[in-house]
Write a protein that binds this ligand. Sequence first.
Ligand code: 0T9
Length: 396
Amino acid sequence: GDAVPVAQRSSWTSFLKSIASFSGDLSSMTAPPFILSPVSLTEFPAYWCEHPALFASIADFPDDPAGRALAILRWFIVTLKGQYTSRIESMGSEKKPLNPVLGELFYGQWPASSPSQGRTDLLVEQVSHHPPITAYVIENKTKGLRLRGHNAQKTSFSGGSIIVKQIGHAILTVNLPNGKKEEYLINFPRLRIDGLWYGSPYIELAETSHIIGGGYVTSIEYKGKGYFSGKSHSFKASVARAVGGTEEYVVDGTWHLNSKFTKGSHPAFAPKPSGLFHDMTALPPQHVDTTPPAKMGEWETRRLWGLVAKGIREGDFDSASREKGRIEVEQRERRVHEKEAGKVWEGWHFDREVTPDLVYEHLAGLTKSIPLTEDMYVFKENWPMVFVEDWPSTSS
Ligand code: 0T9
């Protein structure tokens, strides 16, 4: 393909052949250097809050369940550009992220842009290595909002593309001023990775994902080029009453650009004359502030992968793969020692809960579109010590 450096063409072709004849955990496969990203998957949950003001805005509708459903939908849609296209902007194409080790951590925060908006904290931990599973908590205490979830993927190969089924879900908790606590269940779209042959992979979203809670069911349908609008990154979201199913709002557009109401309207959204529901053109992402390097622990992703990432960034792939090998050997030895000692890895911040049905009992009846057959990871409420008010801002 065009984007593949000449010297790596044969290794790219054999990489493609091996993914075509293999279905399982792609993240553990060795790929040619040009497609490697210096960023680990443990950093990805930060995409959920690169617009912290819109996350915070979910708390602005204490007496208006429809307003909350729309604010949650808007926040969700606004995260998609970062989640699914930002590697193209920063690195020219989708790249293969670093495969996190068990126990790898990522801590961060978005400082309060005003006292009323409050600070938002992020805590991420890799809770399984094979298959890779990443658990996270994002919390704005001032606003009474918390998002907790976990992500895993099942990949297959079809018609020249990688199809990624996202396993896992997130729960958004909204603490209302009347003391009531609402929970919204969120699942994730299916993705297709195209452009593989040319060595310039990109993501398109497919099928439907849901946000369920607060008396509403929101269904978001995704289409790419050549489907109902013919445009890449199209979506259509329908917000309906959970009981009775009456559809109250429909929003239509492209998630990386903008969208409009095509049914219903709400005074706090779609201001005239634009009528826009969301607009990415005027909305630069606010990247998360991470632990200051001097305070970073050995399990924190940017320190753990530091030398590998440096090698990838500087094109020194020998040193990148040597460092990667060192980390892998160290991990294998750790597992062997645990086995000998009759111990299992406990994890830092999450307990595995194998009966999610019990956790979600209160959502019974609403979860039909999201069968919850997976394990759940329960946060131990042990935020790291680095979460201090005077954490210096590292973003400029
Ligand atoms: C959760 C997101 C997820 C993680 C990534 C499929 C993928 C790993 C999972 C689903 C986030 O909220 C959103 C965005 C991108 C997803 C990644 C894209 C990708 O390619 C990788 C997989 C494992 C690969 O690295 C495939 C091989 C590679 C050569 C293609 C670029």
